[in-house]
Design a protein. Sequence first.
Length: 134
Amino acid sequence: MVRKLIPIFLLFVIYAFRAPGGGEPWKAPRSADALVDPLANDPKAVAKGKKIFESLCWNCHGMGGSGDGPNASVLTVKPADLGSSTVQAQSNGALYWKITHGRGEMASYEQVISREQRWAVAHYIRTFGPAKPK
Ligand code: HEC
């Protein structure tokens, strides 16, 4: 009896915790494109961002950014492939804004890492794109 109820219970849990607005395209406000990138001329930005990504972000986004991290299967909203044209077409400012504010299961990183670190990880996300700046 109890065993039979487990799937129903799980469905309820998934429904209750489903991300608000999940599935709709996530757009940063236009003003994010005009944010001044403090690391624009920092040759170490990518390396700094890589460290952060590989400690805080990979578990959902995957080491290669394609959304296949070990925690991805429990997410209701699958994170976009960070190397895709949809993500790569966004400005560093837009990526920074999303990392800062979060949405649904993607937490806000405003209180977790510094402003510079959030910009650094935006720089690192660029390396998943087709034109890999190495
Ligand atoms: C708990 C899992 C999880 C972790 C950890 C996580 N993310 Fe996400 N991320 C998501 C999900 C889910 C979405 C999609 C959110 C949506 O569209 O509502 C997302 C979306 C994003 C986007 C927006 C992509 C787009 O569609 O434009 C960026 C950028 C991003 N994450 C970067 C990061 C960075 C950088 C970190 C680490 C500092 C991180 N994420 C950590 C789950 C996670």
